[in-house]
Design a protein around this ligand. Structure first.
Ligand code: CP
Length: 304
């Protein structure tokens, strides 16, 4: 199947390509739940370029690349010549000249499309673009939902949290748009959901108790303190009272509802520790699926 050259947005994939990646990722998990190691790409070099902090995405791409037999460069932006003023374009060009085949890039600004145009010989995988998009996180989330619920169709899905700053929710909307879900409900503090009051897809419900009622999937999102332009003057006790995902609230969802969070979690802020640890929680499954999905993404995009 012919795919786009770079993974910049989920909108670049059609439904068949997206489902094919969900299927492909399952192949990298063995019967014991361990990640397979295949020396499939010993002649390929990938660079992990993270200009914003990361644990899950960066480490899982690192493990995924090594599991596939690639050489993996852990590019440290703070100790690189970027700190001496070199542009990101010159930086990626230099890596390309040294033989890097693929860049996994996380950046606060929307630089990846322009880079892909400027350096057509390089393959780019978006590992988080400011508040714009995080396509591989959504692939992981869809993989996790499909594993636990059997299908993504016909589900009632609720997303709660700091939606305005979330790249995860934007990619998630792109991803679930390929499926016939029953409903998509957004909830959260009105000051963090200004762009979701009248969404193109789904609806906004300010009352979290009503938003989670009968849901099959409830995804909590982190308050992204680092992205607020002014100090976040929030009454945390009131926030938790109204918008924290608790076991009491989860009990209003369907009995077999799954609780998701892309991480990292502000524990006991957007989600209570008991809800995080409850049997409905699949948050740790999401982290583990990150390796298999990123193996699938790297293998697919290195194979063109
Ligand atoms: N979900 C996610 O992108 O986590 P990290 O910031 O730890 O990579």
């Amino acid at each position: 199947m012919q795919m786009v050259k770079n993974l910049i947005s989920l909108n670049d994939l059609n439904k068949d390509e997206l489902i094919s990646l969900l299927d492909f990722a399952e192949n990298f998990i063995d019967a014991d739940g361990k990640f397979k190691k295949d020396n499939l790409f010993p002649d390929k070099t990938i660079a992990n370029m993270f200009f914003e902090p990361s644990t899950r995405t960066k480490c899982s791409f690192d493990i995924a690349g090594k599991n596939l037999g690639c050489s993996v460069i852990d590019f440290n932006s703070e100790n690189s010549s970027v700190a001496k003023g070199e542009s990101i374009y010159q930086t990626v060009d230099a890596l390309s000249l040294m033989g890097v085949d693929l860049c996994v890039l996380r950046h606060a600004d929307s630089v990846i499309s322009e880079l892909a145009e400027y350096l057509p010989e390089m393959i780019f995988i978006n590992a988080g673009e400011g508040s714009i998009s995080h396509p591989t996180q959504t692939l992981i989330d869809l993989m996790t939902i499909r594993q636990l619920k059997g299908s993504i169709d016909k589900l009632k899905i609720t997303v709660v949290g700091d939606l305005d700053h979330s790249r995860v929710v934007k990619s998630f909307i792109e991803g679930v748009s390929n499926f016939s879900i029953e409903s998509l409900t957004f909830s959260g503090h009105p000051s963090m959901c200004t762009n979701y009051m009248d969404p193109v897809i789904g609806s906004y419900e300010p009352n979290l108790d009503l938003a989670v009622a009968d849901a099959d999937v409830v995804m909590a999102l982190r308050i992204q303190h680092e992205r607020f332009e002014s100090d976040l003057s929030l009454d945390l006790d009131e926030y938790k009272h109204l918008y924290q995902l608790t076991t009491e609230r989860v009990s209003m969802a369907r009995g077999d509802a799954i609780i998701m969070h892309p991480g990292p979690v502000n524990m006991d802020i957007e989600i209570s520790e008991t809800a995080y640890q409850s049997e409905n929680s699949v948050i740790r499954n999401q982290v583990a699926n990150g390796v298999a999905m990123r193996m699938a993404v790297l293998a697919r995009f290195l194979s063109q």
